[in-house]
Design a protein around this ligand. Structure first.
Ligand code: UTP
Length: 230
């Protein structure tokens, strides 16, 4: 069975006032349905909780690498939250790609968090998708795709339903540590998409129809489709 790797921003599952139980359950139901047709490898982000903890520890003087470790710990907690609604998934977040790949041989759904300091879960998703020879990578974020510029800052920004991996690298800032331009995919993640050559869908994770269509490999979902790496 083909594999699909999906990045789920932690902000969908855990809001500032707690776990979004309804949305988490709905996203889990989408993953369960898709898993009858594709092996699902999901990576959960840190969201607001990670940012809050990182800010606090930074104010206390923690080094950047330690802040990343705090972020990784939160992504793994968020992965556990999602796993709470996935009875058929591998029961814990794998700590490495090897563990995720082995788990994926026996379980239809695997959910993990971050891996090492220095990048975000977008990059983890692309690496996992690459390692699993996924046919598609899906970035589920809080905007409905990639724009030519940051739509919050530039009213002339255009939604891009189709773009190349090279376009994505250019738009995301091509190496800026912060996700530049659109903020939908971090710069390293964009470079790794180009390197992997795997097609990548960017959708709003709250749009469950778009999410499911993208996960199933369709091309008519609402969002952006990035093609033509490598
Ligand atoms: P996220 O992947 O959630 O980062 O990981 P983000 O893009 O800043 O957050 P969203 O998309 O808005 O939710 C949270 C933090 O955890 C660390 C990084 O510091 C990252 O900013 N992290 C995560 C790592 O260092 N390595 C990883 O593999 C994953």
């Amino acid at each position: 069975m083909d594999a699909v790797a999906v990045s789920l921003g932690g902000s969908f599952l855990v809001k500032e006032n707690g776990v979004d139980v309804a949305l988490t359950r709905e996203i889990a139901a989408v993953l369960e349905r898709v898993s009858t047709q594709r092996r699902v490898l999901a990576v959960v982000g840190g969201g607001a909780v990670a940012r809050t903890y990182i800010q606090g520890a930074r104010a206390l003087g923690a080094p950047e690498t330690t802040l990343d470790e705090i972020g990784i710990a939160v992504t793994r907690i968020n992965a556990r939250v999602l796993l709470s609604s996935l009875p058929h998934a591998y029961p814990k977040p794998p700590l490495s790609f090897d563990e995720a790949l082995l788990a994926s041989r026996s379980y239809p759904i695997v959910v993990m968090g971050g891996t090492h300091p220095g990048h975000t879960t977008d990059a983890v998703t692309v690496m996992l998708g690459d390692a699993a020879r996924a046919k598609r990578i899906v970035i589920a974020t809080n905007v409905d795709g990639v724009y030519s510029a940051d739509p919050r800052k530039d009213p002339a920004a255009k939604h891009l339903p189709r773009l190349t991996a090279e376009d994505l690298v250019r738009i995301t800032g091509g190496g800026d540590a912060k996700a530049g331009g659109t903020g939908v995919v971090d710069a390293l993640g964009a470079k790794m998409i180009a390197r992997s050559g795997i097609e990548c869908a960017v959708v709003d994770g709250r749009d469950l129809k778009a999410l499911e269509g993208a996960l199933l490999g369709r091309t008519d979902f609402h969002g952006s489709l990035v093609t033509g790496g490598r």
